[in-house]
Design a protein around this ligand. Structure first.
Ligand SMILES: N[C@@H](CCC(=O)N[C@@H](CS)C(=O)NCC(=O)O)C(=O)O
Length: 223
């Protein structure tokens, strides 16, 4: 039995969705973020040394890192579903977006979350202006331009085809959902990028997406 070690409000929601799309049976073990720090509980480190979510166990196999888990599940249980055939241009696009999601899209969004908190978090009053100044400059000079350039790029790519790998929905769309949900929650993604907003609308309407939300429980991205 596949066990998903599921942290609330986290990337593991994506895996529940993949498992629902594939119609596989799975069990959820739940972990709650610390309400103050938002970090995962130490008990997740008993499953994998890094203690990050998602992690799955499948028999003797324990695997972390969402992209690796996606590839494992598709290869082992997908029977050719949700992945374009090898050697096609669609397969190359699939691989690209599968890696882009965590390798390029998420880092500036995570940085934005951290620097937003630096501006508003508790600190001695005399430090606040300095902290705000540094955070504001890093956001304006580096983080926000990168997020905007990436969003423009993704918008242009989704103008060429319905889904990230081509005309068919694939696991790359599931992997790309998290940065886009995060961008909509805190990265400035709005109706000015209609293709990306339409993508979010289309994934939210999918039955397996809804089924995964129902099983996973609360899913509210940190902002
Ligand atoms: N690139 C990793 C990122 C894993 C990650 O940072 N997960 C977050 C949840 S979305 C987490 O576990 N945060 C809690 C913590 O760092 O303690 C992946 O895609 O699996």
């Amino acid at each position: 039995m596949i066990i998903v070690h599921h942290l609330n409000n986290s990337r593991s929601q994506r895996l529940l969705w993949l498992l629902e799309e594939l119609g596989l049976e799975y069990e959820i073990r739940r972990y709650q973020r610390d309400p103050q720090t938002m970090l995962a509980p130490a008990s997740l480190r008993e499953v994998h040394p890094l203690g990050k979510s998602p992690v799955i166990t499948d028999g003797e196999t324990t695997l972390a890192e969402s992209g690796a888990i996606m590839e494992y599940l598709i290869e082992r249980y997908g029977a050719g579903r949700l992945i374009p055939p090898a050697g096609t241009p669609e397969r190359l696009r699939y691989t690209y977006w599968m890696h882009f999601a965590e390798g390029s899209a998420m880092p500036p969004l995570v940085m934005k979350l951290i620097f937003d908190r630096m501006e508003t978090g508790p600190m001695p009053f005399f430090v606040r202006p300095v902290a705000r100044g540094i955070a504001g400059r890093v956001k304006k000079g580096f983080i926000e331009p990168n997020i905007n350039r990436q969003l423009d790029f993704m918008e242009a790519e989704l103008s060429k085809c319905a889904w990230f790998a081509g005309s068919e929905f694939t696991a790359a769309d599931i992997q790309m959902s998290f940065p886009l949900e995060a961008a909509a929650a805190r990265g400035g993604l709005d109706a000015s990028r209609p293709k990306l907003m339409d993508f979010l609308g289309r994934i939210h309407a999918r039955e397996p997406y809804r089924a995964a939300l129902e099983r996973g429980g609360e899913f509210k991205l940190l902002s």
